[in-house]
Design a protein around this ligand. Structure first.
Ligand code: URA
Length: 440
């Protein structure tokens, strides 16, 4: 019989009487070792999702999730930094940020996640690159960071394994958008990396888990407070997640866009976020650097090819054949798998692009295999959307608005849905910065 009395824990959550640190530690160990069944873990997650946790319980959950695996330790050397996002649509920042920071002399041992709910995950995106191996042991992570300056790995039985199990269950049980669960999931992984500084990108809007600025601020305070209590610097940037980020949504498509940015091109809104997050981390780990200087540094490595070179080395050190990596950074479209069928939606009239419904884009892509709805679902890396006319762009009737890439035919209902993604406006549309607030 399990040492964890799930009924008792759930009762404490419902009654808000507080689970003890020991009870939470036993639950987390049971999850990591497989002694707590998926059924019981789901019941516990649903109770937390519904009733929340007290601050001490969140702290205990975060600490015990971190302690469920190893913690990286670093020798003297450049600052160890990372960023994490609460998840969005087209949110591909990590793929460019890790090599850009490495090119600026930082160490980035990034632990990232798979897709969660309607949002994509860095790991699923990287796995669309032939040969890319995200399953690194702690010593392999250190080796890659020591050689390249950055690595991007998924949780595994050695690092934050409890989060690996809970994350996968949350993805398919409707228990994602919970302040204590998101806090513990993100901060436990980051604490296990042995960081000096962390930037948190807290997404806010109708395509984020936090829909309102109040909810996003509450999550930002919860994560920043928990990170600081665990001994590292943290700053949260609350950014709008209404419009999809950049031009590409979907696993291999987002790698393609990331490489465009690393080639010095790419969508300005993708670039804006990478520069903002990168410059913030440079400043947090160098008191002599102004934000303007840090911004220039990141912009420089994105345009002079140094970040692209780091990305190539990252691919090679994480299993990609060197010829494939070279080809990838020059011509990503030729290397990556893109779905065979294309449906392009045209503008029904002239005007300006007012908005894209990021949730509709994400749901369509997920339904066609870009994300999971069951634990065992296999991702179709080539499915996704390429936006031709971003928010604010002027369009003429019949101009292409976006293309949906898919491998199975669309139903009539899905075709209708695609035509509801873009809203047009007669008057010009003002596009504002994504940054809404900073919490530190
Ligand atoms: N990213 C994570 O790693 N965990 C969450 O719960 C949400 C986003």
């Amino acid at each position: 019989m399990s040492v964890v009395n799930i009924d008792k824990l759930i009762h404490s959550i419902e009654q808000r009487s507080g689970q003890s640190h020991v009870e939470i530690a036993q639950f987390v160990q049971g999850v990591a070792s497989g002694k707590v069944s998926t059924h019981d873990a789901t019941r516990w997650l649903k109770a937390v999702h519904r009733y929340g946790l007290q601050q001490e319980e969140t702290a205990a959950l975060t600490t015990t999730m971190m302690n469920s695996g190893e913690r990286l330790e670093w020798e003297e050397g450049p600052p160890v930094v990372d960023k994490h996002s609460t998840g969005g649509v087209g949110d591909k920042m990590s793929i460019m940020l890790a090599p850009a920071l490495a090119a600026c002399g930082r160490r980035v041992p990034m632990l990232a996640g798979r897709g969660l709910g309607h949002t994509g995950g860095t790991i699923d995106k990287l796995e669309s690159i032939p040969g890319f191996n995200c399953s690194l042991s702690p010593s392999e992570m250190k080796e890659v960071v020591d050689s390249v300056g950055c690595c991007i790995a998924v949780q595994n039985p050695s690092i934050a394994p409890a989060d690996g199990v809970l994350y996968a269950i949350r993805d398919v049980t409707g228990t994602i958008d919970s302040l204590p669960l998101i806090t513990a999931s993100i901060i436990s992984k980051k604490a296990a990396e042995g960081l000096e500084a962390l930037v948190l990108d807290v997404k806010c809007g109708n395509a984020a888990f936090m829909r309102t600025i109040e909810d996003a601020e509450a999550l930002a305070h919860s994560m920043v407070g928990t990170a600081k209590a665990m001994g590292f610097k943290a700053r949260a940037q609350i950014t709008s997640m209404g419009e999809p980020i950049g031009t590409h949504v979907g696993n291999s498509l987002e790698i393609i866009e990331s490489i465009h940015v690393l080639q010095g091109q790419g969508s300005p809104d993708t670039r804006e976020l990478v520069v903002l997050q990168g410059a913030t981390l440079l400043c947090m780990t160098d008191d002599t650097l102004s934000m303007a200087d840090a911004t220039r540094k990141i912009e420089q490595v994105l345009t002079n090819g140094q970040a692209l070179k780091k990305f190539e080395q990252l691919c090679i050190h994480q299993g990609v054949d060197s010829d494939v990596a070279k080809h990838l950074i020059n011509q990503p479209e030729a290397v990556l798998d893109v779905a065979s069928q294309e449906t392009t939606v045209l503008a029904s009239r002239s005007g300006y692009v007012k908005s894209h419904d990021a949730m509709k884009i994400a749901s369509m892509a997920r339904a066609h295999g870009a994300g999971r709805t069951e634990l065992e679902d296999i991702i179709d890396p080539g499915v996704g959307v390429v936006i031709h006319a971003k928010q604010g762009a002027p369009v003429n009737q019949n101009d292409p608005l976006f293309t949906f890439y898919h491998n199975r035919a669309l139903s009539d209902e899905e075709k209708l849905l695609l035509h509801q993604v873009v809203e047009l406006n007669e008057e010009p549309v003002k596009v504002t910065s994504r940054l809404l607030a900073i919490v530190e």
